[in-house]
Design a binder for this molecule. Structure first.
Ligand code: SF4
Length: 91
């Protein structure tokens, strides 16, 4: 079984409160490189029509890579509330 198939078995219980919030005023003003667009293993970061970074927190694997990569501290990141988030099936 390859990694995509294993990840496909994960279950997400999506919270109505996002656990990742982008501080757009910092992101837009300071960041040119936008590491988040490439570092997220679930490819949850995208650019909208206004060239603004957006994140679809619903599929988050809770790895923390985006938080580490954001050199301008433009993310508010916390684990989902108890009972929500990803449930891994293969560790
Ligand atoms: Fe993507 Fe990991 Fe950040 Fe979740 S914590 S959005 S999976 S990089």
């Amino acid at each position: 079984m390859n990694i995509e198939a294993k990840l496909g078995l994960d279950v997400f219980k999506v919270d109505t409160e996002p656990h990742i919030v982008i501080k757009h005023e910092i992101c837009q003003a300071k960041c040119q490189i936008r590491y988040c667009l490439n570092i997220c293993p679930a490819e949850l970061y995208t650019l909208d029509k206004q060239d603004e970074v957006q994140v679809n927190y619903e599929g988050c694997l809770e790895c923390g890579a985006c938080l580490m990569a954001c050199e301008h501290e433009a993310l508010t990141w916390q684990y989902p509330r108890a009972g929500y988030g990803v449930q891994y099936r293969f560790g």
